[in-house]
Design a protein around this ligand. Sequence first.
Ligand code: NAD
Ligand code: GLY
Length: 351
Amino acid sequence: MTRCVTVKAQKQYNVYIGAGLLSEAGERIKALMPDVRAAVITDSNVAPLHLEALQTSLKNAGIDSSVYIFPAGEQSKRLSTVENILEWLAQQGFSRTDCVIALGGGVTGDMAGFAAAVYLRGVRYVQIPTTLLAAVDSSVGGKTGVDLGAGKNLAGAFKQPEIVLCDTDTLKTLPQHEIADGMAETIKYGVLFSQKLFDTLAQGKPDDLTDIITECVSLKAHIVEIDELEQRERKLLNLGHTLGHAIEKCSNFTVTHGHAVAAGTALIARAGEAMGITQKGTADRVEVCLLKHSLPISCDYEADKLAQAAMSDKKRSGDSITLVLIDRIGECILKKEPLSTLREYARYGRK
Ligand code: NAD
Ligand code: GLY
C-alpha cells in the first residue's frame, strides 16, 4: 500500500512511498502540473536501470520529456555540472511553466533541485529518490546545492519540490554499500528522535523498508515544518555531519556520505561520553548498531586534520560552531562551541 506524508513547509507537498510508483509518476505529475514539459536529470548508473520506466510513464500521461545524464558520483556534484545542466535546459527551450525531475540519489536530487532553484530564477521540480539515503533524507526538505573545493554543500538554495515519489522497487537494484549509506541516515533519526526506531534498526535491516522510510520522512517533515530554514531545530539533522563532512573531505570524497556520517556519529558519541555530556553506554550501543549494518565507527585521519577540515562546515558562525551532541538514544542537543574545541572532540572521538 502506498503511504503518504504531507510536508507543511511554506509550500505544502506530499511524499508518496510505495512499490510501483515510477509507473504512476506521469499521472501524478500531470495531476499537479497539467501542461508541463519535463526535464529529467539522472546519473549514468540510474539511467540504464530506471529511466525507461519513468519515460514510459511520462509518455503515457502525455508529458513531453527530455533527459540529461551526468556521470554518477559525488565528484559530479559541482557547479560545473550544474552549469552544464542549465545550458542544456536553455538549449532545450524549457520555460518557467515546465519542471525538472530528479531521478536518482542525493547527488542527483541536490543538483537537479539547485538547477531548478536558479534556472529562470526558479522552476518547479519533482524528487524521485532511488537510494535509501535520498528516500529518508535528501529528497525531503528542500535543501539543494553543490560541493565547493573548500567543503561539502557550500553553495546551494532552499527549494521545496512539488511532490516526492519514492518507488521502493527502485531500491532493489541498490548495491549493499549504498543500502548501508542510507542506513546511516536512518540510524541518525533513531539516535535523534526515537529509541524505538533505533532498537528496530539495531536488530538489522528490515526486509520491507516502507515503514522505516515513512517513519523517517514523518520525523523529517515535522522538523522542516517547525524550522524550514535551519535556524534552530533543523540543525539537529546534522548529527554526525560536522566530523562526517570532514571525513568525506579528507578522503577526497572516496568515503561516501552515509559511511562518513556513520563514522562521524560514532566519533561524536564517544567524544560526548568522554566529556560527560552523553549518557554512559550510548557510544557502545551506537557502535553495535552501525556495525550491524556494515558501517564504519572510526576513521584513519588524525584529530588535527579532521578539525582543520571541519572548519569550513556550514554550521560555523564566526569563531564558533554549533555541534549536535547525543544526550541519550532518542534525545540530542545543540551546543555552541568555540572552533578551537573541534580538535578536542575529534581527539576524544577517535578510537
Ligand atoms: P548518490 O546519488 O551518489 O547515489 C549513490 C550511488 O548509487 C551512485 O553511484 C548512484 O548512481 C547509485 N544509485 C542510485 N540509485 C540507484 C539504484 N536504484 N540502483 C543502483 N544504483 C543506484 O548518493 P546518495 O548516497 O544517494 O546521496 C549522497 C548525497 O546526498 C551527498 O552529496 C549528500 O551531501 C547529499 N545529501 C543531501 C541531503 C539534503 O538534505 N539535501 C541530505 C543528505 C545527504
Ligand atoms: N539533511 C539535513 C537536512 O535536511 O536538514
